[in-house]
Design a binder for this molecule. Structure first.
Ligand code: GAP
Length: 532
């Protein structure tokens, strides 16, 4: 990651903690790698995202119904789906640090490789020469001494005392180009790649043997395939139709990284869209367009989303065609959502394995067949992270009270995603009339949206606080509210505000920092439209 991008990411992570978006899980015990908690603001943001997905994918459509499957399922599901046999990544281990990496994510390295056969020691164990091959890669031009240092650490880590190692027995050295056999972090040799299944295994019931094994689901999709017949019977839908679900998924990722981007516990928003055989490719295109438009509606510009046609060799085992929608994260262009044409792979696997027919009866053609499936599968946590990265900005502005230049940190969420929609402020906390009005405004707004109330500090400081939380509107109850507007104006709803008109407030816009007056009676209507 370039320095500026790494610095931006660090600032986002720090802001997430400072303002209560995302915390490390079990932080007081040193955390748990690959697990994250959402704090008060993060929870609201995530909920807004999931609710909007749900609204667009189910409530606003006639052809999709919702589902909420269990996380634990019969182990036979995962055997039939192919996950037991093939849901794995190649893993390598650093022979020095024992850290594990995904073999396909090792950056190729070039340099001089020093091949040590073993060591000679000053003690007989039972002989002074120990055979224990180990290779170290050092960048071109670096002396052998740096390879020796790493090699010595390796032999010490294998139980030999440093003071008893009299020499390292070098077999040969050679130049290597673009090798993935060495740890990019320290040059130490990596183990051969082993296949590592990503599913978390667990036991159901009191007996811990093979008969009670099952897995925490690695995707929500399977519940919808397995329940296809049940849903078909009750939903009375004709093809094409879909089943949508939001829920937790678990993968024992070898190397969780980039904040919440690759976690071991995460949430997915998945749609299994069942279509007539032969129409999968056409629906794949339609869903790609739908989903691109959806990201724009949550504030991720089209220009920042890259559509990758996943090459044949990289597609998941079930897919006949996949698009990855990728976002320009500070740490690189990375996948947000996969849209896959799964053919009838899953239904046919489950029909075979369970012995239960899962065909659809087509009234028109009076024939039975297994539908094909197109699946847009998005990650909740990755999208929350994309929203945070997209919203984060630092800018030099004039303080609204003193006029002095200062840096403000702001999260420019689109209002429908913002965790809190409006901050409500009495100008002075020791003026009971201002406080009473502010509380009345809060009571009027909160049945319909999340608002906050703050009476501490200068009004400028209070605006800065809501800027950092991404709150799009500030509402200040000031002396003009009680005594009447000092100037005539037009409110954002187009209503005239007359000189002397009471019960108006200052509405401050987060992004432009523009302030205008609006009647308290018009506030709710204005905000409901602005944040929906
Ligand atoms: N049912 C298809 C499926 O699970 P996937 O591409 O493996 O496909 C779909 O996962 C989405 O789930 C990804 O695009 C990503 O947003 C999210 N996801 C997958 N693994 C993740 C992880 N380890 N951490 C966070 N999100 C993850």
């Amino acid at each position: 990651m370039a320095d500026a991008s790494a610095a931006k990411m660090e600032k986002i992570v720090a802001l997430c903690k400072r303002r209560g978006f995302i915390f490390q899980s079990s932080e007081i015990y040193g955390g748990l790698n690959g697990a994250w908690d959402y704090g008060p603001l993060g929870t609201e943001l995530k909920r807004n995202l999931k609710d909007y997905w749900w609204r667009c994918m189910t409530q606003l459509r006639d052809d999709v119904v919702g589902y909420d499957g269990s996380i634990l399922m019969n182990a036979a599901v995962w055997k039939a789906s192919g996950h037991v046999d093939t849901f794995s990544d190649p893993m390598v281990e650093c022979l020095l640090t024992k850290k594990r990496y995904r073999a396909d994510q090792i950056e190729p390295q070039s340099g001089t490789a020093y091949y040590y056969k073993g060591i000679t020691t000053s003690v007989n164990l039972p002989s002074p020469k120990i055979d224990m091959p180990f290779t170290v890669l050092v960048p071109k031009g670096k002396p052998e001494a740096s390879a020796q240092k790493t090699a010595k650490q390796y032999y010490v880590s294998r139980g030999f005392k440093e003071e008893e190692i009299t020499s390292l027995d070098l077999e040969k050295s050679e130049q290597v180009e673009n090798s993935t056999k060495f740890n990019p972090e320290n040059g130490a040799q990596l183990s051969e790649a082993k296949v590592f299944n990503l599913m978390f295994k667990t036991y159901v019931g009191a007996t811990e043997d093979e008969s009670s094994v099952t897995y925490l689901r690695p995707e929500t999709a399977q519940a919808m395939f397995v329940a296809f017949k049940n849903v078909l019977e009750v939903a009375r839908k004709k093809l094409p139709f879909g089943i949508a679900q939001i829920g937790k998924a678990f993968r024992n990722e070898i190397n969780p990284r980039n904040f919440t981007f690759r976690s071991r516990e995460f949430e997915q928003m998945e749609l299994e869209f069942f279509v007539k055989p032969g129409t999968g490719p056409e629906w794949l295109e339609k869903w790609k367009e739908e989903r691109l438009a959806w990201y724009e509606a949550i504030g991720i510009p089209r220009a920042k989303i890259h559509v990758l046609t996943v090459p044949d060799a990289d597609r998941a085992f079930y897919s006949q065609g996949t698009y990855d929608l990728e976002y320009e994260f500070p740490f690189g262009i990375q996948e947000l959502e996969g849209i896959a044409h799964r053919g009838n792979y899953d239904l046919s696997q489950h029909a075979k394995a369970s012995g239960k027919p899962l065909e659809y009866f087509d009234e028109e053609s009076k024939s039975k067949y297994l539908p094909e499936v197109v699946e847009p599968s998005a990650g909740v946590d990755r999208t929350v992270l994309a929203l945070l990265c997209e919203a984060f900005a630092e800018e030099t502005v004039k303080d609204e009270e003193s006029g002095k230049e200062e840096t403000r940190t702001v999260l420019r969420f689109v209002p429908r995603m913002a965790p809190v929609k409006a901050g409500i402020f009495p100008l002075l906390k020791n003026k009971p009339e201002l406080v009473a009005k502010a509380k009345a405004v809060q009571d009027a707004l909160r049945p319909l949206m999340k608002v906050s109330y703050d009476e501490a500090g200068s009004i400028g400081k209070r605006y800065r606080r809501i800027d950092e939380k991404g709150t799009p509107f500030g509402i200040t109850i000031d002396f003009e509210t009680l005594e009447g507007a000092k100037a005539a104006s037009t409110s954002p709803t187009g209503q005239p505000i007359a000189i002397g008109q009471t019960d108006t407030v200052t509405l401050r816009h987060r992004d432009s920092m523009k302030q205008e007056r609006i009647a308290i009676g018009d506030l709710l209507g204005f905000l409901v439209v602005a944040v929906s």
